[in-house]
Design a protein around this ligand. Structure first.
Ligand code: CUA
Length: 353
């Protein structure tokens, strides 16, 4: 009984080699016959064309042979497909949210999220995939494990794999999803169980660290910068505001080095609110897909471009943020299917009529 993730790899490769092999044999056979017939039945040698009406043997052959080949290839693919669709019961489940143009991985422990995927070795991993209802189709692709699955707005899909040794692999988005599709890359880190626990503990500790301790008043804080802020900035902000915060990559994108000229001020609070709500009538959109903690980190990172390297945030500002956005509490991860919710609402409305 095949069960393991490496069997998916084996079955996928097998199916591919069969397909490529059969295609190769057919291609060579057909081309050789073609060339031979061109020679043999040229007008010079066969001035009179034969008029053939039906050939039972030939017709039966060309129906039965391709049918056998098709069914055989279907079976080869089906074997691997069955494995892919049946994750082991004890799989470790991680939620994945795709969005233009980044991945967010959400772990079952303490609301931990990351933009690269970390998993323990020798443990089946089930990924539950989705895309927000206002986004577009994406597709998570991990070539090393031969798995790929669409991420559909408002729907949950799944896939599974198991890393059988420690290592790092590529993750791609395999569905054209707009301007930065090609940059929608990530990495899969397969860690030893000990390293994984350590990584997770650190993420949990970071998450619940009192915000003040994270250097709330210091944009150059290592802790803030360690919070994936540079990566988040590169992913979400740099295409408009530039790698160095110089702005102007699209019309109206602000120069972060001149933060003091912002109308609404230059506090972390303001930047955080801008990230949370967007700015109406501009290309600056809201980023509700980033956890509050990540938005907070990005706000600090953005502030760090200001030439003075300081902002006018006060401890009260930060306290307000913490209270308003519950930064000190683990976020509740709700498994709501937006489409289901909308359907229920419509059903309730119809019933009330
Ligand atoms: Cu997301 Cu392509």
């Amino acid at each position: 009984m095949l069960l393991a993730s490496r069997d998916i790899v084996q079955k996928t490769d097998e199916a591919w080699y069969w397909l490529a092999g059969i295609s190769g044999v057919l291609f060579v056979g057909i081309m050789a016959t073609l060339v031979y017939f061109v020679f043999k039945y040229s007008r010079k040698r066969h001035p009179q064309a034969a008029d053939i009406h039906g050939n039972l043997k030939l017709e039966v052959t060309w129906i039965i042979l391709p049918t056998i080949i098709s069914v055989f290839l279907f079976y080869k693919g089906y074997e691997g497909f069955l494995l892919m669709r049946n994750p082991p019961e004890n799989a470790y489940e991680i939620d994945v949210e795709a969005r233009q143009w980044a991945w967010t991985f959400r772990y079952p422990e303490g609301g931990v999220t990351s933009s690269e995927l970390y998993v323990p070795v020798n443990r089946p991993i089930k990924l539950n995939l989705t895309t927000p209802i206002d986004d577009v189709l994406h597709s998570l692709y991990i070539p090393a494990f031969r798995v790929k699955e669409d991420c559909v707005p408002g729907m949950w899909t799944y896939m599974w794999f198991e890393g059988d040794k420690v290592g790092t692999h590529n993750i791609f988005c395999a569905e054209f999803c707009g301007q930065d599709h090609a940059k929608m890359l990530s990495l899969l880190h397969v860690l030893s169980q000990d390293d994984y626990n350590e990584w997770l503990d650190k993420k949990i500790a970071d998450r619940f660290k009192p915000v003040e301790a994270a250097g709330a008043m210091n944009p150059d804080s290592d802790e803030i910068n360690a919070c994936d802020a540079p990566r988040l900035y590169k992913t979400y902000c740099a295409s408009c505001h530039g790698a160095d915060g110089q702005g102007g990559m699209v019309e109206g994108a602000r120069d972060f080095r001149k933060l003091e000229k912002w109308k609404q001020g230059t506090s972390i609070l303001d930047i955080f609110k801008t990230l949370t709500k967007g700015v109406d009538g501009t290309q600056m959109r809201a980023f509700p897909n980033l956890s509050p903690w990540d938005r907070f980190a990005v706000a600090h990172y953005v502030a760090s471009f200001a030439q003075k390297g300081r902002t006018d945030s006060t401890l009260e500002d930060c306290a307000q943020l913490i209270a308003e956005y519950k930064l000190d509490k683990p976020p509740v991860v709700e498994r709501v299917f937006p489409i289901d919710a909308a359907m229920e609402e419509m059903a309730a409305e119809a019933a009330n009529r």
